[in-house]
Design a protein around this ligand. Structure first.
Ligand code: FAD
Length: 545
């Protein structure tokens, strides 16, 4: 099979235009083209009067070798890559050896658990939060009734932080082994729409994620894996040998229960397990501070973004709700960028800690809510902005999240401001034409009280610059809701080339919380990589058959 990339057709092309374009491109007759399938579909809307669909197609031809020889210098005609997943290790039949433990059932832990189960190692997955259905009720409790459950919320519980999200499933990570394809394939098996395998920017929205997570749990359990919910790892027992080697021996839960560690432990905590990060530090596990970003969520009517992006084609079913990516380097040397943009979605209360406010965005599969929202965040750096050790970034996040809680007036109401007032440096007293979607509600105020000065200065400059890229972006009625702090982990749980903690044998830090991923897909891919390292180490221990 051959893959042709960058095959462009106009937005409203007829179905038969695609095989015709393939034949033209390869200069072959209809009889030579045996079959074709779409491998990927994107759109190019740089010229909104002439939006193009951009295909990669896999073709089966009568004489592929001859065609390939003819196009040997053409980088858009190649043999189709093998994207199938192959296990790197397998447990012996009826494996009775040590069982790996996975801490955290977010995308990283889910995929680490799934791969280990598929290899036959019967993992134990421990998760501080509840099963996803119960967790859903608790999460909505904050949004509807201002009731925060500190152990069961948008950050904690089965499915992890990505469960109530836009469900964007792409990433810019380097992925030469096509592990992202394994993730998407498993998601489809678990109930995701098949189009995620071909769309360039797939998304699944929040409701489907709930049932997918349940389906993946059933798969892991059917393979001999085991879940323990409402089990928060509160302590580690680490044995130090005479030569200084530290080895993980047991996990201790909030109940006081102890789980002896027989095999490797994957630590897939996510970026909001601040209490656990403190515990790791207290137990001497190697941590370091890493950059992250802070800012606000911005909302515009989706129709403004669609119009600016797609012009007369706004609303076309093949395009869906328009997304955007923005970035601006400021005079104060700060970079401001859009983060986790959610077309046709809502801004959500994303705190996991009482007395603090943090925002994020989510959407349904249909992406047909009134507003587009996106984080507008400013990159910050440990050495420059929060010196003071590996946990200083957490202290910084907490400080500003408390300020935002106070500015909102309590009850997890978020502080908000019209963009026009924000740029003019005056508090907002009323909304304009844009109605914010954040629940339990917003208080119009001055966001300059809720973020460091350098963040505010950079955002003021960048929002005007963004208005030059997307006409109307800097409309005075656009609403800013604050504050966005959970963009990525402020710490890294440092690991070596073997994926193991650099100073604690048996501990495998993984995913977003450990600082090795950002987003659902990259966290899941990291989970696979770590599961492979764990699987290899367990297979090496197994007695020869
Ligand atoms: P997490 O998903 O955070 O999972 C960590 C798990 O560990 C949690 O379930 C937690 O309860 C558990 N845990 C923590 N501490 C302990 C402990 N001590 N003991 C036991 N268990 C513990 N990314 C995208 O790619 N696309 C999106 O559209 C998107 N939208 C988002 C929307 C929202 C509202 C949020 C909050 C995030 C969104 N993200 C999105 C980011 C994405 O969710 C994360 O990047 C991803 O979930 C990280 O995966 P993870 O498995 O590393 O960590």
């Amino acid at each position: 099979m051959l893959r042709i990339t960058e095959l462009k057709l106009p937005l409203n092309h007829a179905e038969e235009a695609l095989p015709a374009a393939i034949r033209n491109r390869l200069r072959i007759t209809p009889r030579d083209l045996v079959r074709y399938t779409v491998a990927r579909r994107a759109h190019d809307a740089r010229d909104k009067m002439d939006i193009q669909l951009v295909y990669s197609v896999d073709v089966t031809l009568k004489n592929e070798a001859a065609v390939l020889a003819r196009f040997r210098r053409d980088r858009h005609v190649n043999p189709t890559p093998d994207t199938g997943y192959r296990f790197v290790a397998k447990a012996p039949a009826n494996h009775q050896g040590p069982r790996p433990i996975v801490v955290g059932a977010g995308p990283c832990g889910l995929f680490a658990g799934l791969i280990l189960a598929q290899m036959g190692f019967r993992p134990i997955i421990v998760e501080r939060g509840k099963v996803v259905r119960e967790r859903t009720k608790d999460t909505w409790g904050l949004w509807r009734r201002s009731e925060l459950h500190p152990e069961s919320n948008v950050q904690f519980g089965e499915g992890g932080a990505g469960t109530f999200s836009d469900g964007k499933l792409w990433s810019q990570i380097k992925d030469p082994r096509h592990l992202g394809r394994k993730v998407l394939t498993e998601f489809v098996k678990a109930g995701a729409p098949e189009e995620i395998l071909t769309e360039a920017h797939p998304h699944i929205g929040t409701f489907r994620l709930v049932t997918m997570v349940e389906s993946m749990r059933a798969t892991v359990e059917a393979l001999g894996g085991e879940y323990r919910f409402e089990h928060r790892v509160d302590d580690l027992e680490i044995e130090t040998a005479a030569d200084g080697t530290r080895t993980l021996r047991a996990l201790v839960f909030q109940t006081g229960e102890r789980l002896a560690v027989e095999g490797p432990v994957v630590l897939a905590l996510g970026h909001s397990a601040r209490d656990t990060a403190h515990m790791l530090h207290d137990r001497g596990v190697a941590l370091e501070a890493k950059p992250f970003s802070m800012g606000v969520r911005i909302e515009h009517p989706q129709s403004w973004i669609d119009e600016a992006r797609f012009g007369p084609c706004a609303g076309h079913p093949d395009l869906g709700a328009a997304a955007y990516t923005l970035s601006h380097h400021c005079r104060n040397e700060r970079t401001v960028y859009s983060f986790c943009m959610c077309p046709g979605g809502t801004v959500v209360a994303a705190t996991s800690e009482p007395g603090r406010v943090a925002t994020n965005g989510m959407s349904q599969y249909s992406r047909n809510e009134r507003n587009a929202n996106s984080g507008i965040v400013v990159g910050i750096d440990p050495a420059r902005d929060y010196p003071g050790g590996p946990l200083a970034g957490i202290a910084l996040q907490r400080h500003w999240e408390e300020k935002a809680f106070a500015a909102g007036g309590g009850g997890y109401v978020a502080p908000a401001q019209r963009l026009g007032d924000f740029l003019a440096g005056r508090p907002s007293t009323r909304l304009g034409s844009v109605i914010p979607s954040y629940r339990p509600g917003v208080k119009m105020t001055d966001l300059a009280e809720c973020l460091p000065d350098f963040v505010i200065t950079a955002m003021r400059e960048a929002l005007v610059a963004f208005g030059r890229q997307i006409p109307g972006y800097d409309h005075p009625d656009a609403v800013l809701t604050g504050i966005e702090t959970r963009t990525s982990s402020p710490i890294r749980v440092t690991r070596g080339a073997d994926f193991q903690s650099i100073n604690t044998v048996g501990l495998y830090p993984a995913g977003e919380g450990a600082g090795y991923a950002g987003g659902i897909l990259s966290a899941a891919v990291d989970g696979i990589k770590v599961a492979e390292a764990v699987g290899r180490s367990l297979a090496a221990l197994a007695p020869p058959a």
